[in-house]
Design a protein around this ligand. Structure first.
Ligand SMILES: [Zn+2]
Length: 114
């Protein structure tokens, strides 16, 4: 795997795009990331975060949560490992989608199920 910093920079850059003109003082909760993105808006306690979250589309919100989750996995040394099967996620995939949670096989399986 490439230097973790490479992916971390990518994740932070992407996050900056979202948070551009807003300062988020607390990171979004990642523990309930299976819930729908709309719940996140309800959970935001201060108006600042609420305004920020309301300005994001649902897919943006989802991506933001995935980014936070990926950054969290980095701190736990679990980054780049498929949450489904435990295999390494390919560098190619991580470079394209640094917040990927699943390897390409599991991702395709999930998409087929939906
Ligand atoms: Zn997998």
């Amino acid at each position: 795997m490439k230097d973790l910093k490479f992916y971390k920079d990518k994740l932070n850059k992407k996050k900056e795009e979202f948070t551009n003109n807003y300062e988020i003082n607390r990171s979004l909760s990642t523990s309930e990331r299976d819930e729908v993105a709309g719940d996140l808006v309800d959970q935001a306690t201060d108006d600042y975060n609420k305004e920020f979250l309301n300005n994001l589309s649902k897919s943006d919100l989802n991506t933001l949560r995935l980014i936070d989750a990926a950054l969290e996995r980095m701190t736990e040394d679990e980054y780049g490992i498929c949450l489904e099967c435990g295999d390494d996620i390919s560098e190619k995939r991580l470079t394209a989608v640094p917040w990927a949670e699943f390897c390409i096989n599991c991702q395709e399986k999930k998409e087929n199920e939906e």
